[in-house]
Structures are given as C-alpha cells and as structure tokens.
Design a protein. Structure first.
Length: 256
C-alpha cells in the first residue's frame, strides 16, 4: 500500500477546473517530483493534500485512511508538513521562535497552564526550545537562532522554513519550489540536504520544482501536470524522453 494515495481528485474554482481527475500514489521514503508548466495546477494539488482546499471529487488517503476535508492543522498532526512557494515565516520573530511555533500541535500545555505560568509549562518550554535549536543545527543555521527572520538572507529563510516543517515530526514533507531564488551553489547544497533528510529522518519527500536539473538529479519518480491534468509519470529518464512532456514545456511546434 502506498503511504500517500491521491485518487481521482478534481478541484473547481467557479467555472475554472484547476485540477481534473488526478491520481498519484507515493511510496514511503521516496523522493517524488510534481512538475509542469506555470498554471498546471501543482500548488493547488499540494493545497488539497494539506487541507487548504477540499477536493470537489476524489479522495486522499494517508496510510490507507482518508484525510479528505481535514483542516491543515489536522493534516499536519497526522504527519504531513509543507513549505510554501512564497516563504511564510513570522518575520518579527526570531529563527528559534519560528521553529518553536512549528511544534504547536505537539504541545501538551494548554492555555490555562500558559496563563498561570505553571511549573510544567516552564519545563515544556525549555524542552521545546532545546528541540528547536537541535533542528536549526540540523539544517545548518544554528548560528542565527536569535536573529529576526526578516533580516535573514533568502536561502537561510528557506532552510528555516524547512526546520519549522521538521518540527512537526512529519512522515511526509511537501516542498513547494524549495530552490526558488537560490544560486547554483545553494541549489547543489539543497539537493544534498534533501537526500540526507530522506535517509536520516526516514522521510517521504514530494517537491514541486521548476529547476529541471535538480528534479532529474534528485527525484526517483516524477508526475507531470499540464492544464490541471496528469499527462505522464515515470522515472527521470522516462520523463526526459516523453514527447508529451516535451510538448507541454516547449509547445508542439518547438518539440517536433
């Protein structure tokens, strides 16, 4: 059984069908890419998996159980974390505070304990802070733990967003254009880091990415969307030589 199984999902916005009858099965501890031209429906696809949108048709199964219609916080608590195409950090908070926010669904202390500053709340806060620092160290940015997110370079903000996602202790990590805005050296480092996360944390990783070199180097399986429909899937080599994929990116005239 696939760890994540998306079956015949469709999403409409008014008269526009953004995703139509798309099915994807993702095995555990693999690296999978979802690619396609601009406007293909890739981020809408991610938004349905993570509970930001509910499919109009079809189902989404995690470990064989439906998560269709779950809220984003419920999806996160069940083991799916994500980053965003446009980085979503709390800019006025420090790096370590941003990571601590990612652990919110795992905290035992409720509002009562926080308001009355109970001893067990202090202990949990110290534990969470230590874990957040460990994650910053894991992604290689522990030296900026107490720096406001707004003042961090773009590539560092990307790593911080990944650290916050890892704070949710996910089974599956969805990365929406993780290499966007990075220079070639940063992209190579990111590629190696994604491989390391998969092997060291037993993660299943799904990414949307426009950098085809990164996709071909990193992915074990690729799904291709165009105008909201899946037009191909296969290994990097199969996708590289798929005429329909070539036409989707270049147009029929250029591809022939």
């Amino acid at each position: 059984m696939a760890l994540l199984e998306v079956t015949n999902i469709t999403k409409r916005f008014g008269g526009l069908t953004a995703i139509k009858d798309v099915s994807v099965a993702i095995e555990g501890q693999t690296i999978t890419a979802v690619i396609g031209p601009n406007g293909a429906g890739k981020t809408t696809f991610f938004n349905m998996i993570t509970g930001f949108y509910t499919p109009d048709e079809g189902d989404i199964l995690l470990d064989g159980k439906s998560i269709r219609g779950n809220r984003p916080d419920q999806v996160a608590a069940k083991g799916i974390a994500r980053t965003f195409q446009n980085i979503r950090l709390f800019k006025e908070m420090t790096a370590i505070e941003n990571v601590m926010i990612g652990m919110d669904t795992k905290l035992r202390s409720g509002l009562f304990g926080i308001l009355f500053n109970l001893p067990h709340v202090k202990r949990e806060e110290e534990r969470v802070k230590a874990e957040a620092y460990r994650l910053l160290k894991y992604v290689g940015i522990e030296d900026i733990a107490n720096t406001e997110a707004a003042s961090l370079p773009y590539g560092v903000q990307r790593r911080l967003e990944i650290a916050r996602s890892l704070a949710m202790n996910p089974k599956i990590l969805l990365l929406d254009e993780p290499a966007a805005g990075m220079n070639p050296r940063e992209t190579v480092e990111l590629t190696e880091f994604i491989r390391r996360m998969r092997s060291e944390l037993n993660l299943t990783i799904v990414l949307i990415e426009h950098d085809m070199k990164l996709v071909m180097d990193l992915s074990e399986h690729i799904h291709v969307l165009d105008y909201g429909q899946k037009i191909a899937e296969g290994s990097p080599e199969e996708i590289r030589n798929n005429q329909r994929v070539i036409e989707a990116y270049l147009g029929p005239g250029e591809a022939s």
